[in-house]
Ligand binder design. Structure first.
Ligand code: SAH
Length: 350
């Protein structure tokens, strides 16, 4: 199979182009065609000689995803199902906010983390996505909608820190001012809590936002919801978070999905307030989205508001996340990998 040209950051692409016997500035031109003009074929790169275009065609492809399905929620959120060209399909979500468009990307095909409340767990893990495949989710949606996406969150299928190198390289590509030019401040990485990788990320000195999927301040409850807690418990996780804050001076965002009669009462809020006391952080409360065969269901609005108010009273900034796209299973935890053969190649609007 030909190599995906989108897997290279600009420095690597310069080397690739030099290896083909060409001048490195050609790499910048090609980079612009890919990430600014968003072309889908080498033939559209009109300031590149036919000879070089042919060399590129022989060795690389542009790995253009096919849209297998597109669903539009009544709140405007759009969910895409992409054929990643190897028999697998992944989902990405486009949300529109006042400040612009945000894409929620997948980092893996399936997920190994096994969180009990998340649909991405329900199917077998296939593989990690390459950096080009991560970036192509954004490019494919920009082409389809003719828009410029300003923010990106790694909150789709997969555990981004379990695909560390490719996620970092994708960020490098996204950041590049000669291409997409998306600043690190506009990118969020969400993790279930892979402690050694949080230390590594802290040492990168990047300005990305780190989100931690916490969901409980009690080890017993968290382990029931998230098997990763048996490997890295809350105390180890908090230590890594404090290191991250100290190194980056950035606020951490803690995700807390509220499930009825599980982690949503005042005692849970008290335990959480104690755990996060004095930390530079923000708590994102998510009314848990029920998934097929999942045992957790959404808290009552009353409990969610009480939970938030208690945290705010204790000086911990907490907000309730607006639920987008739940009618098309595009909300947090509702994305799952699919197999191409089982998907109808249609564009569906609901
Ligand atoms: N693996 C990463 C990123 C993917 S999940 C992580 O665990 O953070 C993105 C966010 O959605 C996480 O905070 C996750 O805990 C949350 N989530 C998963 N399933 C959910 C559900 N059913 N309802 C609400 N949030 C959920």
């Amino acid at each position: 199979m030909k190599k995906n040209i989108k897997d290279y950051n600009l420095d690597e692409l310069k080397q690739v182009i030099q290896d083909l016997g060409e001048k490195p500035y050609r790499a910048e031109q090609i980079f612009k065609w890919i990430y600014i003009e968003n072309v889908t074929s080498f033939d559209e790169m009109t300031n590149i000689s036919i000879d070089l275009r042919n060399k590129l065609k022989e060795n690389f492809d542009l790995h253009v995803f096919k849209i297998l399905q597109k669903q539009v929620s009544k709140d405007g959120t759009k969910k895409y199902l992409f054929d990643v060209l190897d028999g697998n399909a992944i989902e990405s979500v486009l949300m529109e906010y006042k400040h612009g468009f945000t894409i929620c990307v997948s980092s893996q095909i399936g997920c190994k983390m096994g969180c009990k409340f998340c649909a991405s767990t329900g199917v077998k893990f296939a593989r990690s996505l390459s950096s080009g495949e991560i970036v192509e989710q954004l490019l494919a949606i920009q082409r389809d909608e003719n828009i410029k996406i300003s923010n990106l969150v790694f909150m789709g299928i997969g555990e981004p820190l379990d695909n560390y190198d490719n996620v970092m390289n994708a960020i490098k590509i996204l950041n590049n001012p000669k291409g997409i030019n998306m600043g690190a401040r506009h990118i969020s990485i969400s993790t279930s809590g892979l402690v050694p990788k949080i230390y590594k990320l802290a040492d990168e000195n990047m300005q990305c936002t780190l989100s931690i999927s916490l969901h409980s301040a009690s080890n017993k409850k968290r382990s029931q919801m998230m098997p990763v807690n048996d490997v890295y418990n809350i105390q180890e996780l908090m230590k890594a978070c404090r290191y991250y804050i100290q190194k980056t001076n950035k606020r951490i965002s803690f995700e807390y999905a509220l499930a009825k009669e599980n982690n949503d009462n005042l005692d849970d809020a008290k335990e959480l307030a104690k755990l996060l006391k004095g930390m530079l952080c923000h708590v994102n409360l998510i009314p848990i989205n029920k998934i097929e065969n999942g045992k957790y269901s959404k808290s009552t609005n009353e409990n969610i508001i009480k939970f938030r108010d208690y945290l705010n009273e204790k000086g911990i900034v907490a907000t309730i996340r607006r639920e987008l796209g739940s009618d098309i299973d595009a909300a947090c935890g509702q994305l799952r990998k699919k197999e191409v053969e089982k998907c109808e190649p249609t564009q569906e609007q609901i």
